[in-house]
Design a protein around this ligand. Structure first.
Ligand code: ARG
Length: 367
């Protein structure tokens, strides 16, 4: 019997089926150009690599398992990746790296648009093979759903030509970084198309893509040529000194409403398509924490990395009380989820998931 397994056009329609990542065997990868550019200059992660401490892996898995169970209790089907051995080095004709990253967060790798799931090119060498963690699921969906399209973007070569050496200096300083970000001078060059799936937000017929460290203009152009029935918009956020992955910066909650990180404001000329169509862009609430947890890549703004379950219901991290309060004021029912001890593995509630099925069809929100 024909059945549709894969279908998702936006970030807010009722969620019915989702992938939740795992922390198994996650590694802090060795130095490489694009990754080094992203690790905050004052981070405790600088200069160390290897398998993450087992007790942190166990704790993160406990939280991810609980999150999966919470979703299942609401009738949502949850699938999990099959971890590969991330300690394996990667050698291609073009580069070598001594370990991989993990199978967190799936949002970075898999981009679901309608009935297609696309494996992103990725832009870190340690993440080149990360799609393998999800291949058993891709095969399963392929067998179950005759309309499912499994796609993979061209694997990038990731030679040194992909990275700006300016970013290799140990101490760049926040001021210089902000200047570079404002000038759209990022660590990745325009050698070849590069993108991570988590730089893309889906608004039905429109895809909004962050130009930054992990996604270059050629990557955005590749997406434009791939999604021929869509309009693809490049955005950038000058206030972010480490611009990777759009989902702690710009968070659509429902048709007509987006949270924007007040420190990373969308420039005026890029607001038009939203404002001309009656969408409101509001400042996200302040994070509840002064700093990220240990060995974490991300900033405190994972507070706004929420998972929308339907236009009236949203998962917010349990300790993020200001964010929860704001959701309540915006008329959303808040589902509290404990996840902070898993942040170090690559992100929050939106990051650690990847859409498989949301109800609804492809709509034009910006006619
Ligand atoms: N760059 C974001 C921040 O530190 C974190 C984004 C994480 N998102 C993800 N999909 N991994 O504020």
């Amino acid at each position: 019997m024909e059945k549709t397994v894969v279908n998702s056009w936006n970030e807010w329609d009722p969620l019915k089926h989702v992938i939740v990542g795992r922390a198994d065997d996650c590694h802090i990868p060795p130095e490489e150009p694009a990754l080094d550019a992203k690790v905050p200059e004052d981070s405790d992660m600088r200069g160390q690599w290897g398998r993450r401490p087992q007790e942190t892996i166990d704790r993160a898995n406990e939280l991810l398992d609980n999150f999966a169970a919470q979703l299942q209790a609401r009738g949502i089907r949850v699938d999990r990746p099959t971890p590969i051995d991330h300690s394996q080095p990667v050698t291609t004709p073009d580069f070598h790296t001594d370990s991989q990253f993990g199978c967190m967060p799936p949002r970075d790798v898999l981009l679901t648009v309608g009935s297609e799931m696309l494996e992103a090119t990725m832009s870190y060498r340690c993440r080149w093979f990360e799609y393998l963690n999800y291949r058993p699921l891709m095969q399963q969906y392929f067998n179950e759903d005759p309309n499912f399209r499994h796609a993979s973007a061209p694997k990038p070569r990731l030679t040194d030509a992909d990275y700006r050496t300016d970013y290799l200096s140990e101490k760049i300083g926040i001021e210089k970084r902000l200047e570079w970000t404002a000038d759209k001078f990022f660590v990745t060059t325009e050698e070849e198309p590069l993108f991570d799936a988590a730089d893309v937000l889906r608004f039905g017929k429109d895809l909004v893509v962050q130009h930054g460290f992990t996604t270059n203009l050629k990557g955005i152009e590749w997406l434009r040529r791939h999604y021929r029935d869509h309009r693809v918009h490049a955005v950038n956020f000058p206030g972010d000194p480490y611009p990777i992955h759009i989902d702690a910066t710009f968070t659509p909650l429902r048709p007509g409403l987006i949270l924007n990180n007040p420190r990373r404001r969308l420039p005026d000329d890029q607001r038009e398509i939203f404002e001309n169509n009656g969408w409101e862009i509001v400042d996200a609430a302040q994070p509840a924490h002064n700093g990220p947890p240990p060995l974490c890549y991300s900033s405190v703004w994972l507070s706004m990395n929420v998972l929308v379950l339907d236009p009236k219901t949203v998962c917010v991290e349990k300790s993020e009380v200001y964010q929860a309060e704001q959701m309540d004021k915006l008329g959303m029912e808040v589902v509290e989820v404990e996840l902070r001890d898993a942040y170090a593995f690559g992100g929050g509630l939106h990051c650690c998931t990847a859409d498989v099925y949301r109800e609804g069809t492809c709509e034009d929100y910006f006619p």
